[in-house]
Design a binder for this molecule. Structure first.
Ligand SMILES: Cc1cc2nc3c(=O)[nH]c(=O)nc-3n(C[C@H](O)[C@H](O)[C@H](O)COP(=O)(O)O)c2cc1C
Length: 203
């Protein structure tokens, strides 16, 4: 089938390519609403237009669709005020919390407090999602608008890394080895559709 792309709306293109460019990892981004919000301080949201892009320094990119939302998303606004954030990688067991955290709450309200998602303090200014097997302390370094609508690419440097003990271990060379089965990362394969990595093989 030769799919006609001419004239495809932004929404239809999103619906199409979010099923084709798969499986996608999900950046579960915890950002700072500001101290004045007290218990509502931490904003959490998932972003699956996301990947690692450089190794020196280690950086990731995720893409915020302000145009599709018709407003600046909280994560974008927060990172402009305080570029420090935590990007967690959820495991399959956290699918419900992750999906819930995509709710569009009014600015300054926290998905963390609404859905009772536990956070832990660690060696970084922003807490991490306690149950996530991997969390990265990141600094948003660059915001680049692309395309015909308000689509913002966020380039973030990874400056801290936390890996749950059963997921990461040092090998004989002193390098970190990740146990993919213990990690059990959640992958996105379409709108509301997720997958688990069921078989690991080497080529
Ligand atoms: C699994 C998943 C992946 C998502 N990926 C993106 C994405 O890549 N870009 C985006 O703008 N929104 C994405 N969304 C929607 C945002 O999570 C949603 O707009 C959220 O309200 C944004 O949070 P914020 O306003 O607190 O920043 C995704 C939602 C889900 C459930």
């Amino acid at each position: 089938m030769d799919v006609e792309l001419e004239g495809l709306s932004e929404n239809d293109a999103y619906a199409l390519f979010s099923q084709i460019i798969i499986p996608r990892p999900i950046a579960w981004v915890l950002s700072d609403n500001g101290e004045e919000h007290g218990a509502e301080r931490w904003n959490l949201g998932p972003f699956s237009y996301f990947n690692g892009i450089t190794s020196d320094p280690p950086m990731v990119m995720f893409s915020i669709g302000d145009g599709m939302a018709g407003k600046i998303k909280d994560t974008h606004r927060n990172l402009k005020n305080n570029p420090e954030c935590v990007i967690s990688l959820a495991c399959v067991d956290q699918a419900k919390d992750m999906q819930n955290s995509a709710e569009d709450l009014p600015a300054g309200q926290s998905e963390v407090s609404k859905f009772n998602i536990a956070l832990s303090d660690w060696n970084w200014s922003i807490p991490r999602v306690t149950a996530a097997p991997v969390s990265m302390g990141c600094v948003a370094r660059q915001f680049t608008r692309v395309g015909n609508t308000e689509q913002i690419l966020v380039f973030a440097e990874i400056t801290r890394l936390w890996v749950r003990d059963d997921v990461g271990a040092l090998d004989a060379k002193g390098q970190v080895r990740i146990d993919v089965e213990a990690f059990d990362p959640l992958a996105r394969v379409g709108k509301g559709a997720y997958a688990r990595l069921s078989e690991i093989f080497r080529v």
